[in-house]
Design a protein around this ligand. Sequence first.
Ligand SMILES: [Zn+2]
Length: 139
Amino acid sequence: MTPGRPHPEPVRTADNHGFWDAADDGRLAVQRCAGCRAWYHPPRPMCPACGSLDLRWTDVPGTGVVYSYTLLHHPQHPAFDYPVIAVVVELDEGVRLVSNLIGVAAAEVRIGLPVELRFAPTVAGGQVPVFTVAGAAQR
Ligand SMILES: [Zn+2]
């Protein structure tokens, strides 16, 4: 993926708009329960731990490790270079999210690789969170 080539616009729903709105603002926000303090992702209307509806979008630094990954070769979209490195990142808060890993050769990716947050532009002028190897030069 080339950071200057816009990503498709994410599909926003009543449950996930806080995640995408934060990304447009250059922040990574994860839902946290105001009752039991559990973190969770993907977004949902009710805390899966205690059933509370009192949820807060909470900014996180976006540091973590590669929990799992795969290399995508097909189908191809003009916004991406292939293979796309699709990762499940386990954030330091313990939640996992699916994203892309950029700025690293596919052969260098491994489970447990420390990563940090970047943002990639979307076609509508927003941003989506992506990750790169921790400590890599700012792109
Ligand atoms: Zn809860």
